[in-house]
Ligand binder design. Structure first.
Ligand code: GLU
Ligand code: MG
Length: 450
């Protein structure tokens, strides 16, 4: 780390921010509970923070959904400190929070070493390992959210039919403010629409590199939160807002290229996948149960991950199949090889996006050259098949998903012991937290946390 260079760059950034009326910079990271935590510095302190970091306890790696604190083999307890270093390349003036800018951070030790349990570092390392193997990944998260009247009880704002223009009209100024804020922040929005559940909306963004996709997920969510607050509305990205209803997905789209081009198009495999493309998808599909612990990491996630809600609760793949954990998207005929991608349907809003992109990169890296073959496609609603013909369900509970992740030596090695252990400790603590809780209690306790 070249501290002098960082300070110098940050001085220029701070001067530019000050000229735009920015008084403070929010420095965020996402913890193992999937919650975005923050420290902020006055704009004039940005050079100091860039060079030396802002202090934050390492115990946040074992913070839980309800702010209780667990412990793990390598991390826990009240002692120790880390330094939060803003990524100046991502510094963004927040359009819906006048006076504020934002940057995601990497976490370093006081000794000037990268923190081994830093989730963003994990994501970047996996992206770099994939690049070193000649693989370039593009990713994008979809964001679904519930918009509620500003009250404890989830009363939907902007009622009206699913996907209905009524809802868009009722929230016309809201939608305009949101899209304007995201445009001002340089976020490339692709679509915005009302979703299925009462008060539910969705927004999708253009694909970028994996770390940028995770950063964009954080930025989009906090922008949605800020615009909603300005309209007196409340937001939930939780997996389920009301138990028994369709929940909030946070689907991850991804595609891979190597030196010869796209892996999911132009080949001789299913839907023109290349052999390496098929192997990648077969690898992801085989390890989807373990990935669930990362992508659907909450007790509440398993209230969402049930059949016939388009959450993708089956361990199968299918072209445009919204019930498949792995949905293959070819794009429209004539769009060329840029459009084909795969969608991980099982990911939800409780997931840490850095862990999701890092884990997917790691699995892609493991499987691209492994010569794996996909099982038969499931081209119908799996629930409509005779019971004996249905594909396996993905984990139906968090303990089951945890067990699958614990058994995935590849992800353990990729994440490293400190991060893997701390993450699992937080997952287990959440299981304990809700040991005696019914669905309505879990939904209520989770609803306003994400
Ligand atoms: N809300 C659904 C979910 O829980 C997804 C709906 C869709 O396919 O966009 O993932
Ligand atoms: Mg959707």
């Amino acid at each position: 780390m070249d501290r002098a260079h960082l300070a110098e760059r940050a001085r220029d950034c701070a001067a530019a921010l000050a000229a735009q009326g920015v008084h403070a910079v929010a420095l965020t990271w996402v913890d193992n509970a999937g919650i975005t935590r923050v420290k902020s510095v006055p704009t004039g302190r940005l050079p100091e923070a860039a060079a030396w970091g802002a202090g934050m306890s390492s115990v946040f790696d074992v913070f839980c959904l309800d702010d209780s604190v667990t412990t793990s083999r390598h991390i826990g307890g009240p002692t120790g400190d880390l330094r939060l270093h803003p990524d100046l390349d991502r510094l963004t003036v927040l359009a819906a929070q006048p006076g504020w800018a934002w940057a995601p951070v990497d976490r370093w030790t006081q000794e000037g070493e990268p923190h081994t349990a830093c989730q963003r570092r994990f994501a970047r390392t996996m992206m770099e390992w994939a690049a070193a193997a000649g693989l370039t990944l593009r990713m994008a998260f979809e964001v679904e959210w519930f918009l509620g009247a500003d009250a404890e009880e989830p009363r939907p704002a902007g009622t009206g039919p699913a996907y209905g223009m009524n809802r868009l009209v009722a929230l016309s100024d809201y939608g305009d403010d949101l899209l304007a804020a995201l445009a001002a922040q340089g976020v490339a929005v692709e679509q915005y629409h009302p979703e299925y559940s009462p008060g539910q909306l969705e927004l999708s963004v253009a694909a970028t590199d994996p770390v940028a996709a995770a950063d964009a997920n954080v930025l989009v969510r906090q922008t949605i939160r800020a615009v909603s607050a300005r309209h007196g509305l409340r937001v939930s990205f939780a997996p389920v807002v009301i138990a028994g209803q369709v929940g909030n997905g946070g689907h991850l789209h991804f595609s891979v290229r190597d030196a010869d081009g796209a892996l999911f198009a132009g080949g001789a495999g299913p839907y023109a996948m290349t052999g390496r493309g098929e192997s990648v998808l077969a690898g992801v599909l085989a390890r989807l149960p373990a990935l669930c612990a990362i992508g659907a990491p909450g007790v509440a996630s398993y209230l969402r991950l049930v059949p016939q809600r388009w959450a993708g609760p089956y361990q199968c793949w299918g072209r445009e199949n919204r019930e498949a954990g792995l949905r293959f998207v070819t794009g429209v005929a004539g769009q060329g090889d840029q459009a084909a991608n795969a969608e991980l349907k099982c990911v939800d809003g409780a997931a840490n996006p850095y862990l999701v992109v890092g884990a997917v990169c790691a699995i892609v890296l493991d499987s691209a050259g492994a010569g794996l073959r996909l099982p038969a496609e499931i081209a119908v609603d799996p629930a409509a098949l005779p019971e004996g013909d249905q594909p396996p369900r993905l984990p139906v509970s968090l303990p089951e998903a945890i067990g699958r992740l614990e058994a995935d030596d590849g992800l353990r090695a990729a994440m490293g012991e400190a991060l893997f252990d701390a993450f699992l400790a937080v997952r287990r603590a959440e299981v304990d937290l809700f040991a005696d809780a019914g669905p309505a209690h879990v939904a209520a306790a989770t609803r306003w946390r994400y």
